[in-house]
Each structure stands twice: as C-alpha cells, then as structure tokens.
Write a protein that binds this ligand. Structure first.
Ligand code: ADP
Length: 486
C-alpha cells in the first residue's frame, strides 16, 4: 500500500502541538508495519538541514506560483522514514512559527501558502512529478491540508482519502473573495462545500470531500457531532458520522519509560516501584517542598488555557486546609492563570510548588515523582499526559471527556473489584466534581495495597503507536476496498 501522509508539521523537524507529535510518530509506525509511506511537508526554514541525506529529486509545476515546486527527499532523523519537503521559499522559508507571524497575527498569506501546498500534494499523489510513485491513499490532517481531499475529488482517477481532525477549533477560515483568488471551483461556494457562514473554510475541504474522517479518540469522535463540542460543524459531522472514526493517539514508549528515562534520578518498573520514592523525594526538593514520603503529591502539567481546567484545580484549594497533601504545577500560557497559580503558592508555600515555563525534563520528573496526576480538561481530543501518567504509576484524575474518557478506568467499587481501575474519573467539569474525585484519590492513597494495584494496572496499559498504527491500517484497507467497489 502506497500512502502519502500530508501534514503541516512533524516532530522533530517542526512542531507547534499534538499534530506535530502524531505526524512525527504515526508514519514511522506505519513504515515499520510494512507500508510504503512518504511523509510530505512544506520546506520550512531549516527543515531540509535537519533531514538525513536531503537532496533535490524533482521539479514540477504547481498552480498558484510561476516557478516550479522543488522536491527535496531525505529521511527523518533517527528513522528510515522517507520525507518529502515541498520547496517554495517565498511561502515557507521564513523564520519562526509556521502559521503565525512575529506580530502574533496569522501570516497574511496563509490561504495562498496552504492552498499551494495542497495542490503540490495532489501532484505528488497523482505521480505528476515524474517519480514513478503513485499514492493508493492520501491521509490529510487538519485545515492546512483540508484542500487536499477537495482537490483530489476533481481528479477522474484518484487515490482514496482520509482526513483526520486533531483540533476542530482551528478551521482555516478566510474571506469569501479568496475562493476566486485561489482559482478554486466557483461551485464550492456553497454550504455543502467550502462556505462556512460567509467565509471560506479550508477544514471543510477535508470534512466534506474526504472518503472518510477520523479524529484522535472514539469519545471525541462522538462529541464533535454535538453542539457543545462541534464548533458549528456538528451538523456536517453528524451527517457523516457513518464515516467518522476515532483512533487514539499513541505514546512513544522509547521516550516515556520510567525504567530508562534519562531525565529521572532513579528508575522503576512494574515489578519494582521502589525507584519512584526516590523520584518523589527529588521532585519535592526540586520544587522547594518539604521532603515527606508519606504526604500525597498531586501534579498538573499543561498549557495554561481554559480548555485544560487549571482554574478548576485552583477552586479546590480548600482541600489543603483539611488534608496533608502537596501539589506541583508546570505550565505556561494565560497570564491571569499564571498569576493565580503564583498567588496559590503564596497562600500555601510549603504545600504548593509551581514552575511557569516549558521544561521537558521537569515534565518527566513530575510524571515520575508525583503520586497522582490532575487533568480536569473541559474538552480533550486525545490527551497525552494521562497516558504518560499511567505508564509512570501516577494514577490520573480526569474529567470524563474525549480521550480522557477512553483511556482511564475509574476506581469505583466495580472496577476495583474486577482489577481494571487505573485512575479517577468525574463527570462534570466543575470544582465540586473535581473535589469529590480528588477526595476519593486521597482516601485510596491511604490504602497502599489497593493503590499499588491501581498503579500497576495503569502501567500495564498499552497505548503504543504500534497499536494505533494497526487501527489506521485496518481503516486504510477498508477505504481501499470501498474505493475499488466504486
Ligand atoms: P495539548 O496537545 O492540548 O497541549 P496533550 O496532553 O495532548 O495536550 O499534550 C501536551 C504535551 O505537551 C505533553 O507532552 C506535555 O507533557 C507537554 N507539555 C505541556 N506543557 C508543558 C510544559 N510547560 N513543560 C513541558 N511539557 C509540557
């Protein structure tokens, strides 16, 4: 199966969020599973320099720019994955963020940049760059590649198409006149195609025209068909729900493994959790908290934005009055939330430790050193931190939404009895519901035998990319069968 995986970012070449993680890891797992995969990205400043063995292999015309596209091929650092970088210096060779200019506004030519990239992807998929490689299937991701399935739908003989939603809140909306400026078919100016409330929507190119849709967890796949989570696209998504799948993202257990993690002061595994106590002591010291082995240490890591619900955590500080407990928070984002966290620390200086900023190593040490992890996200397409927490024997306390609902099993009586519990799940994103779940965790923490069992059950869970890749391959096969039946 020849698969062209199209994205606007991929770790470690370029990353702004979860899409970068997925586009870096999933194609690699698919390659290891035997697929003939090419990952295609724009050639951002510095990207080609990071590729192994990068060389120009083709030039081909792409509508929307006088000069031809240049294609650079190389391998992803640390893997055999072939990467194609489509080069158009005036569009992509800019320093800084791929989507946002230094003034904080989107790049003013984002529509032209990503429309042109989509056209280049179509040329490659259809083997019009003279490479002797024609895609059976094109997997496009988020609004930046939304026009790929739309443009491919115009081809008489085309590959199957899958479009994955990583974040429905970002839709690639542009002024109405852009449809004409980009020379897109006038009939696409319709609510049944790319129009969205008087604007041109790139994400609708994927949502309307792809053979199949997916998102990054089964629960989020259902949620986005409802007004609460659908960002105005719930009608369209509900209408296509028979062709909408949810496949969980994976974890790179080469990087997130408490038995080998180079960021940790001590190591541990499912058979012996002893090293975790040393990680806890070191974390307490690093965060300026008293070194108390028996006091439960809770943690939160994340972007400080409304979505992640750190304000709900701050509403629960009354718990500190009655319970011996500690809390550490690592994050950055909304200045109001940052100062609220600083105020919380000032209120409980010996119980709360905070670090404002982005710190990869500290994130690992928190996952290992904490006793339990708080993730009260209001919505969460998949979520990664709860998955790391499971592997690090740090039971997560989560709101029952999106990927959190799909990956954490609540320690209620039934799941404790059948030994499937891995954390604590609450139903409403409210301080009261979080407080109740938090109290349940405090209570169970005092029952070491049960707590240990929950930790070990969590550690056993497999959220590897191999597993996700298997699900994508099954879906790809289904799509190809569907297409050949057309
Ligand atoms: P999202 O993609 O919505 O930010 P996820 O849970 O899917 O949320 O992934 C967030 C990733 O970013 C995780 O790997 C998490 O550890 C990391 N992260 C978030 N904030 C920080 C931070 N301040 N320092 C270090 N890592 C962070």
């Amino acid at each position: 199966m020849k698969l062209l995986f199209a994205a606007s970012e991929a770790h470690p070449l370029i990353k702004t969020g979860g899409l970068g993680d997925v586009a870096g890891a999933l194609p690699r797992a698919l390659l290891e599973a035997g697929l003939d995969v090419k990952l295609v990205l724009p050639n951002y400043a510095g990207a080609a320099e990071r590729l192994k063995g990068a060389r120009a292999i083709a030039e081909f015309p792409v509508h929307g720019r006088a000069a031809p596209a240049r294609l650079i091929e190389g391998r992803m650092p640390g893997s055999r994955l072939p990467v194609w970088l489509v080069d158009a210096p005036e569009f992509f060779a800019r320093e800084g963020h791929p989507y946002v200019a230094p003034n904080g506004q989107d790049w003013p030519d984002n529509a032209q940049r990503f429309a042109w990239f989509a056209r280049a992807v179509v040329e490659l998929a259809q083997d019009r760059a003279g490479l002797g490689w024609r895609a059976d299937l094109v997997h496009a991701n988020d609004w930046q590649t939304g026009l790929v399935p739309a443009l491919l739908s115009l081809e008489p003989d085309r590959p199957a198409t899958l479009f994955t939603i990583h974040n429905l809140a970002y839709q690639g909306l542009f002024d109405a006149g852009m449809l004409h400026a980009l020379d897109l078919p006038p009939e696409w100016w319709s609510m049944h195609a790319l129009e969205f409330h008087g604007r041109l929507s790139f994400i609708k190119g994927g949502l309307v025209f792809a053979d199949w849709l997916s998102t990054v967890s089964p629960t989020y796949a259902r949620e986005i068909t409802t007004p609460e989570f659908g960002c105005g696209l719930e009608g369209l998504l509900a209408a296509r729900s028979d062709r909408l799948s949810g496949i969980l993202n994976g974890v790179d257990y080469r990087v997130w493994n408490p038995a080998r993690d180079p960021y940790l002061p001590a190591h541990y595994n499912r058979k012996s959790l002893e090293g975790k106590a040393a990680c806890k002591a070191a974390l307490q010291k690093e965060m300026g908290l008293p070194r108390k082995p028996d006091v439960p240490l809770f943690a939160h890591i994340g972007r400080l934005v409304e979505q992640k619900g750190v304000d709900l955590i701050l509403e629960c500080l009354s718990l500190f009055r009655r319970n011996r407990m500690q809390l550490v928070v690592l994050g950055s984002g909304d200045p109001a939330l940052e100062s609220a966290l600083r105020a919380a620390r000032a209120g409980f200086p010996r119980r709360i430790g905070i670090h404002i900023g982005y710190d990869e190593g500290l994130a690992h040490r928190i996952e290992a050193g904490a006793d339990a992890f708080l993730m009260p996200s209001r919505f969460e397409p998949c979520g990664l931190n709860q998955l790391y927490s499971l592997r690090y024997a740090t039971p997560p306390i989560v709101h029952r939404t999106g990927g959190l609902a799909d990956t954490v099993v609540d320690a209620d009586d039934v799941h404790i009895a059948d030994r499937t519990a891995t954390g604590f799940v609450f139903d409403e994103p409210t301080p009261a519901a979080l407080r109740t779940a938090w109290r349940r965790a405090l209570k169970l923490y005092r029952q070491p035998r049960l707590w240990r069992r929950i930790q070990k059950t969590g550690m056993r869970q497999d959220f590897s990319w191999q597993r996700s890749a298997g699900e994508y391959i099954a879906l790809y096969r289904r799509l190809l069968a569907l297409r050949s039946g057309v």
